[in-house]
Design a protein around this ligand. Structure first.
Ligand SMILES: C=CC1=C(C)c2cc3[nH]c(cc4nc(cc5[nH]c(cc1n2)c(C)c5CCC(=O)O)C(CCC(=O)O)=C4C)c(C)c3C=C
Ligand code: FE2
Ligand code: FE2
Length: 343
C-alpha cells in the first residue's frame, strides 16, 4: 500500500480582516469539542454574542504578529512540512483543523499522489478534546465520508517521548545561554476544568487536586493536565533545573468558567510583585509560534511582568522548523513506515 503523511495544525484566519477572523472563529468556536455545550446554547452564545465582539479584538491582536507571508502559525507549519517532506521518499501534506487549508484538501493532495494509507500527525504534544481529539475525529469523519478506501493511522501524543523532551530542552538551553534567569515559567494553553473531567475514562480519577496527576492511572492517557506536568518534569530533569526556579501555568482563557490554574497572566503579575527580576517563559503546548505565543506571551506577557516590577523578560520560541525537531519527526515517521501503529 502506498503510504503518505498528513500533518495537521490548528489553522488561522485567511487575513487580519475582521470578516476573515469572524469566519475562522465561527468554525473554531462552533466545534463541540471546543465549546462543549448543547448546540442551541452554542449557537446563541457564539453567533449571538461572541462573534459580535471577539473578531474585532482578535483581528487587532493578529495585526500585531502577522507576517508579510501570512499567519506565523501557517507559514511555520508550511516550512516544517517542506523540511520533513525533503527528508522522506513518500508524499507529505499539511492540513489545518480550522480555516481554508482544510484536512479534506490535505487528504485530496495525498490521494492525487496515489496514497492508500495515511499517517495522521496532529501537531500537538498533549491530548485535549479541544486539540488532538478534534483533529482525529474530524480526519476520521472526512476519511469515512470522502476517502473510504484510504486507511488511516494516528501518531499518538508525544508529550513525554524522549526525543521531544530532548529537542525542547536543547532549544531552551540555547536561548538561556545568554539570559540569566531567576525563574522559568512553563506556560501551557489552558482548557476549562470541565474538559479534564469529561476526558477521564474512569469518571473518578481526575480531581484537579495536588496529587491526582502524580498517581498512576489509565486516565492519564487523555489527561491534559497530567501530560503538561510530565513535559515539564522531563525538561526539568534533562536541564537539571533547581527546585524553586521553575513552575507551570495555563494561558489563553476564554469565557467565565474555571480553567486550569494557575493562570499565566496572574502568575506574571505575581512574579513581578514578588521580586522576580529575570523571567523566561517557555510554551511547550505549541509546536509552532502563533497568536497565543507571539502576542499573548511575547508582547502582552512582557508588559504585564514589567508593569508589576519585573526587569528582564524572555519568551523562548517554539520548536517551529528547527532542524533537530524536523529530524525527530522524520525518525517517528520512519518508525511508522517500518511498523504501522495499530490503535
Ligand atoms: C474554549 C475555547 C478554547 C479552547 C478550549 C482552546 C484550546 C486549545 N487551543 C490550542 C491552540 C491554539 N489556540 C489558538 C487560538 C485560539 N484559541 C481559542 C479558544 C480556545 N482554545 C481562540 C478563540 C483562539 C483564537 C484567537 C483568539 O481570539 O484568542 C492558537 C493560535 C491560532 C493562530 O492563528 O495563531 C493555537 C495554536 C490548544 C493546543 C488547545 C488545547 C489544549
Ligand atoms: Fe486555543
Ligand atoms: Fe490528574
Amino acid at each position: 500500500m502506498k503510504k503518505g503523511i498528513l500533518l495537521v495544525n490548528l489553522g488561522s484566519p485567511d487575513s487580519t480582516k475582521v470578516k476573515d477572523v469572524r469566519k475562522y472563529l465561527d468554525e473554531f468556536l462552533m466545534d463541540k469539542r471546543v465549546i462543549d455545550i448543547p448546540r442551541w446554547k452554542r449557537v446563541l452564545l457564539i453567533k449571538g454574542i461572541i462573534l459580535n465582539t471577539r473578531p474585532k479584538k482578535s483581528a487587532k491582536a493578529y495585526k500585531k504578529i502577522w507576517w508579510k507571508e501570512g499567519s506565523p502559525l501557517v507559514v511555520i507549519s508550511q516550512r516544517f512540512t517542506k523540511k520533513v517532506a525533503d527528508k522522506l521518499d513518500i508524499p507529505v501534506a499539511l492540513g489545518m483543523r480550522y480555516g481554508s487549508m482544510s484536512i479534506k484538501k490535505g487528504i485530496e493532495e495525498l490521494e492525487k499522489k496515489g496514497v492508500e494509507e495515511i499517517l495522521l500527525v496532529p501537531l500537538y504534544p498533549h491530548y485535549a478534546m479541544s486539540s488532538f481529539e478534534t483533529v482525529v475525529e474530524k480526519a476520521k469523519e472526512v476519511n469515512r465520508k470522502y476517502f473510504p478506501t484510504i486507511k488511516m493511522d494516528v501518531m499518538p501524543v508525544f508529550y513525554n517521548k524522549p526525543e521531544y523532551i530532548q529537542v525542547m530542552s536543547k532549544v531552551i538551553k540555547q536561548h538561556l545561554d545568554n539570559f540569566t534567569y531567576d525563574h522559568i515559567l512553563f506556560s501551557y494553553h489552558g482548557i476549562p476544568e470541565r474538559h479534564i473531567y469529561k476526558s477521564d475514562p474512569t469518571n473518578s480519577h481526575c480531581k484537579i487536586d495536588g496529587s491526582c496527576c502524580e498517581n498512576h492511572s489509565r486516565a492519564h492517557r487523555t489527561c491534559y493536565r497530567h501530560q503538561c506536568f510530565e513535559t515539564t518534569k522531563g525538561i526539568v530533569k534533562a536541564l537539571q533545573l533547581k527546585e524553586g526556579t521553575y513552575s507551570n501555568s495555563f494561558q489563553s482563557r476564554l469565557l467565565k468558567d474555571p480553567w486550569l490554574k494557575p493562570y499565566t497572566d496572574f502568575e506574571l503579575e505575581r512574579f513581578g510583585k514578588e521580586g522576580v527580576k529575570n523571567l523566561a517563559v517557555v510554551t511547550p503546548a505549541f509546536v509552532s509560534d502563533c497568536l497565543e505565543t507571539l502576542e499573548e506571551i511575547a508582547i502582552e506577557g512582557e508588559i504585564q511582568f514589567k508593569n508589576a516590577g519585573g526587569e528582564n523578560y524572555k519568551h523562548i520560541p517554539c520548536l517551529n522548523d528547527n532542524d533537530n525537531w524536523v529530524d525527530v519527526m522524520v525518525k517517528w515517521i520512519n518508525e511508522w513506515i517500518g511498523e504501522p501503529i495499530t490503535l
